[in-house]
Design a protein around this ligand. Sequence first.
Ligand code: DGL
Length: 272
Amino acid sequence: MSDSRALGFFDSGLGGLTVLRAVHAKFPEENLVYLGDTARLPYGTKSPETIRRYADQCVENLISRNVKAVVVACNSASTVLLGDASKKYPVPVYNVIEPGAEAALASSTSKRIGVLGTRATVNSNAYPNAIQALDPKAIVYQNAAPLLVPLVEEGWELDPLTNLIIYRYVAPLMSQSIDTLILGCTHYPVLRAGIERVTGSGISLVDSAELIVRNLERDFASGKLSKRVSPKNEPENGKIELFATDASHAMDVTARRLLQQPSAGPFMACDL
Ligand code: DGL
């Protein structure tokens, strides 16, 4: 049975578009709705109570748009929507932490795993807890990288200064002989080339976007979610709608670059 309701995504800003892009590439027929809580960005510097309140409002907003599932395209918000916390909603809610922990363990041989994240994600210990629940012997090293989110929002992913800052954050993790690094913030895949310059090619990078695609694929296959099958008289590709709590032209430009879609957007302003 076809379900043309959209898949909903939210992040504090534009980083979650890396997740939306991967989902669109894999399931182009799906309608997608994105909400960036740009008026309150960043989440990563805020307390768990505040992040919980914001995340709740984002999920409720997407549910009011009649989505069939919500993807928490933000690690900082995922830390407050783990396990039972995500089960109170009437639609499936996908967080990025638990699948990230599983993927990191699957790709690590030495079980020495690094996590690069926002302060909120690192302070929550969500990744070490999830990893050690699966493998108590695994060792997890974390580093908070608070300057990276504003650099991505600013479009500075190729700037030499950004590469220096990446080095400052990633080098201490490399000195712990990790073999796997979790990109524990959905903004970081935008900086993947710069991060790989520091890690070299021998380190596996775990990216939330790939994990979400895998989990959606699993749930489409099991029937937990139904795909949109486009009716004959409608375009085959689904539509992408972008909402933000503070929309601007600069954001539209960044979104088109991140999505690699010149016609994407513009962001429509919305209140939560
Ligand atoms: N993209 C978000 C994350 O994955 C957070 C950025 C922020 O608001 O600090 O954690």
